[in-house]
Design a binder for this molecule. Structure first.
Ligand code: ZN
Length: 112
């Protein structure tokens, strides 16, 4: 089983302020750790459920939020920009399922 994970930041546990989400925010590095922990929990769950491959796409802002050296060792990471497919970068029909983590509702517009 191949699992695709698209991860945003605004909906991650503990994220409640622009200082968490803006690149230069005082709390941004804390929020990046929380995001990475949530991604890792999803990766671990996918592996326990039988995933043989898990690909994570960092989808918030600069798309450089997930801390690479703290990412679950069984996952691969798409990071940085530009990404022509944005929040869906790397997603193909070869994946069996997709997780969308940390997204928030924005009336009339997409996430990020
Ligand atoms: Zn975002």
């Amino acid at each position: 089983m191949r699992v695709y994970v698209s991860a945003d930041l605004e909906g991650v546990w503990g994220v409640v302020h622009g200082e968490h989400t803006f690149r230069d925010g005082r709390e941004h590095d804390r929020a990046r750790r929380w995001m990475t922990e949530e991604v890792n929990a999803a990766v671990e769950g996918a592996i326990r459920a039988g995933a043989e491959e898990v690909m994570v796409n960092d989808s918030h802002g600069t798309m450089r939020n997930v801390i690479p050296e703290e990412l679950h060792p069984e996952a691969s990471l798409i990071t940085g920009s530009p990404k022509p497919m944005g929040v869906l970068e790397g997603l193909t029909a070869e994946f069996d399922c997709a997780f969308f983590l940390g997204y928030q509702p924005w009336p009339g517009r997409g996430a990020c």
